[in-house]
Design a protein around this ligand. Structure first.
Ligand code: R5P
Length: 294
């Protein structure tokens, strides 16, 4: 029997592409809010005995997570054989330790919460920094995919003579991989986070790279302060307008406009979160992994 693919609001384009790629049946669900703000969820497809794939990217997660949990638990209650969450962007990965006494380690809390009502998780480049795999906190099987090959291909096709730049040591993992596929030099900068919207970046001497186009690569662009600071340094050092590439276009508040105003050249992201900067399609990556799992 074909799997059913359900889209949570805002994920319709990706869910439809995945359904086509996988020859899956689009699932039908009604999700809306009652006037008092509570969620209403009604599954209209027959889920009994079926594999259900729920497509829900989890940026701005707090409003999404309850309807998603109602959908998943109801599908199970109605006899779904398996409920897999496809969350191209996985939220709550950055608070991975207690930096100050009394703080909630939300990555672990969120993982336990999600693991309680799904049978599997598929995601792309979750922010693994102090943890080496999702299985350290999730108790369901997790498929972790990487956008690096897609980013490498995009850079090869679109940027002449690039210098890849990672804003901090955390980015070294994917910057080094992308650089080796592109066949270009790379540098990783030093970042100090001074607050939610305040970072300090130290840049090494760049004089011998002035003929290259800097390409900044990061996993998440949220407030964009990391990229904005880096762009400022590179432009002041006399480099060409940097190309900014992010996997996840979170772009909090005016971050996108701020990054443009800071002197970024092109800004390109993967479509793990729908945004006007999306230029790299992750659907084939997700479809390939889901095909292998079947
Ligand atoms: C940091 O740990 C991440 O890899 C990104 O550098 C960070 O999330 C970017 O955040 P922002 O856009 O708020 O500077």
């Amino acid at each position: 029997m074909k799997p059913l693919i359900f889209s949570l609001p805002g994920n319709e384009t990706l869910a439809a592409s995945l359904a086509r790629e996988l020859d899956a049946e689009p699932g039908s669900v009604e999700i809306r809010r009652f006037p008092d703000g509570e969620s209403y969820v009604r599954i209209l497809s027959q889920v009994s005995g079926r594999e259900c794939l729920l497509v829900a990217t989890l940026d701005r997660p707090d409003d999404k997570i309850l309807p998603l949990s109602f959908l998943a638990t109801t599908a199970r209650e109605l006899g779904a054989a398996r409920v897999t969450l496809i969350a191209p962007y996985l939220a709550y990965m950055r608070q991975d330790r207690r930096f100050q006494s009394g703080e909630s380690v939300t990555s672990a809390r969120f993982a336990r919460f999600l693991s309680g009502w799904i049978d599997g998780l598929v995601t792309i480049d979750p922010h693994l920094h102090r943890r080496s795999s999702l299985e350290e906190i999730y108790t369901v099987p997790c498929t972790t995919l990487h956008a690096a090959p897609l980013i490498s291909r995009w850079i090869k096709e679109e940027v002449v003579n690039p210098l890849l730049v990672g804003p901090d040591v955390e980015s070294e993992q994917w910057v080094a991989e992308v650089a080796s596929e592109v066949g270009s030099p790379w540098v990783v900068l030093k970042k100090e986070r001074l607050g939610d919207r305040n970072v300090r970046i130290s840049v090494p001497g760049l004089d011998h790279w002035l003929d290259r186009t800097p390409v900044l690569i990061d996993d998440i662009i949220s407030t964009a302060r990391t990229m904005i600071e880096t762009v400022g340094h590179l432009v002041r050092a006399g480099m060409k307008a940097p190309v900014c590439v992010g996997v996840h276009a979170v772009f909090a508040g005016p971050a996108y406009a701020d990054l443009r105003a800071a002197g970024a050249g092109r800004i390109v992201t993967c479509n793990t979160i729908p945004h006007e900067s999306n230029g790299i399609d992750v659907c084939p990556l997700l479809a390939g992994a889901l095909r292998e799992e079947r």
